[in-house]
Ligand binder design. Sequence first.
Ligand SMILES: CCCCCCCCCCCCC/C=C/[C@@H](O)[C@H](COP(=O)(O)O)NC(=O)CCCCCCCCCCCCCCC
Ligand SMILES: Nc1ncnc2c1ncn2[C@@H]1O[C@H](COP(=O)(O)OP(=O)(O)O)[C@@H](O)[C@H]1O
Ligand SMILES: [Ca+2]
Length: 469
Amino acid sequence: ISVREEDEENSSRGRDDVMYVERCRQHRWRCAEVTFTCSDVALCQRWVSSIREQLVTITSRPKHLLVYINPYGGKRQGKRIYEQKVAPLFAQAGISTDVIVTEYANHARDHLRTEAELKNFDGVVCVGGDGMFSEIIHGLIWRTQIDDGVDTNCPDETLLPCSLRIGIIPAGSTDCICFATVGTNDPVTSALHIIVGDSQPIDVCSVHHNNTFLRYSVSLLGYGFYGDVLTDSERKRWMGPARYDFSGVKMFLTHHYYEGTVSYLPARGIVGTPRDATRCRSGLAAERERGQICLFVSENDSEWRTVRGKFLAINAASMSCACPRSPKGLSPAAHLANGTTDLILVRKCSRFDFLRHLLRHTSKDDQFDLTFVEVHRVRRFRFTPRHCQSDSDLELDLQESSKRQIFSQICRDHPACGCTPTYSSWNCDGEILTHTAIDVRVHCQLIKLFARGIEEPAVFEDVANPCAI
Ligand SMILES: CCCCCCCCCCCCC/C=C/[C@@H](O)[C@H](COP(=O)(O)O)NC(=O)CCCCCCCCCCCCCCC
Ligand SMILES: Nc1ncnc2c1ncn2[C@@H]1O[C@H](COP(=O)(O)OP(=O)(O)O)[C@@H](O)[C@H]1O
Ligand SMILES: [Ca+2]
């Protein structure tokens, strides 16, 4: 991290303090210190300058960072976390910062879009949850495309990758993007990944409706269960992160299902499937694999498939979506940067079966190994809720079950009857999407994080002197 020369008063000895990264359990990193002493002060000074020269040659390390703090996310501790745990480390590592504490929602997004002098910085730091991260990528991606005149309303447009890396200091409620790319939600670990200049590309989904751009997503796009949990939980923000558990239990008991059509373009020519036992891990093999991945983005060699039905949940996981609630995540084998998203369809089933599916997110059992669950690795997908389908589709439906339609119409007109509502909403990285019919496309490695993905346990279990903390 850094080296510091200590003055030993009344002594002819030299003393250097070297700060370095030490790996602890569960992917956590800590800042450790070792002191070198030497009877020859001049030699000691040569050590210091030699180490400093070495550090300067590592060009991947950021020197100037633009920091956005959401003081309102999670337990409202963002400012304190940054000031107490992160700022001192940045100072230690000789990193200068411009810090903006946001004053309202979308402040960070709009500042990045229109005001920020991006050329002055080597990266952006986001202190907050997935919603704050979402603001940052919307600002950065918009800025990158506008500089090159890309039409973001066109779903087929190839987007330009953003050059600035983003660091996430977790200070939100779920922080799944941090957890799934670093392996832990720990501000100090994240700060150290930023300081050492790690780089992890990640895929971004664009979400469109009728050739109009709606949003980007990097973690979960969820309709049905996760959309309803989010909508319900936003009204209970005062509860803090526990609001999700409260609304989770409530929506589980409510047991709403939604009818609609999902079409998807299966990913061909990629390594792996969502049912693999292997996980997305950092290291050489992953690097090599990553190099091959985007060569296969051609969409012509695979055909669209359509699934119609009643769903409790439709989830697209572009990364594992691991978080403290589910350390393996919604799609444990999802890759961070292979240009695909894992589309998980949970059909209508009993409460008992849905609970079995949910519980498997917290154990070693396979949550996809159930008759009412299917999972596909896709490059694109579309969703149309039933009452939003084209006229010809509706006619078909009418012929199939005219009675059912009449009943659902009656139910829509009489919400008090307690029947299942027609529409849910999409949970897009924890933000509510107002449109239900959407067209989603994965953009391979559109952004980069100050992270390195999840390291194999062996890397740190071998450490001779495990961290005492
Ligand atoms: C019975 C226990 C079942 C546990 C099932 C856990 C599955 C958890 C998968 C979580 C995936 C999370 C994906 C991440 C989404 C985030 O982008 C997003 C925003 O994050 P931010 O707050 O930092 O801005 N977060 C969320 O949308 C929160 C989703 C949380 C879902 C919690 C669901 C709890 C379910 C509880 C069911 C309990 C049934 C009990 C029956 C008696
Ligand atoms: N200063 C602010 N005041 C109010 N809302 C804000 C502010 N800054 C950001 N936001 C918004 O707060 C919401 C929640 O932020 P997020 O970081 O996702 O925390 P959480 O994980 O608790 O949901 C996001 O929609 C974000 O756009
Ligand atoms: Ca949020």
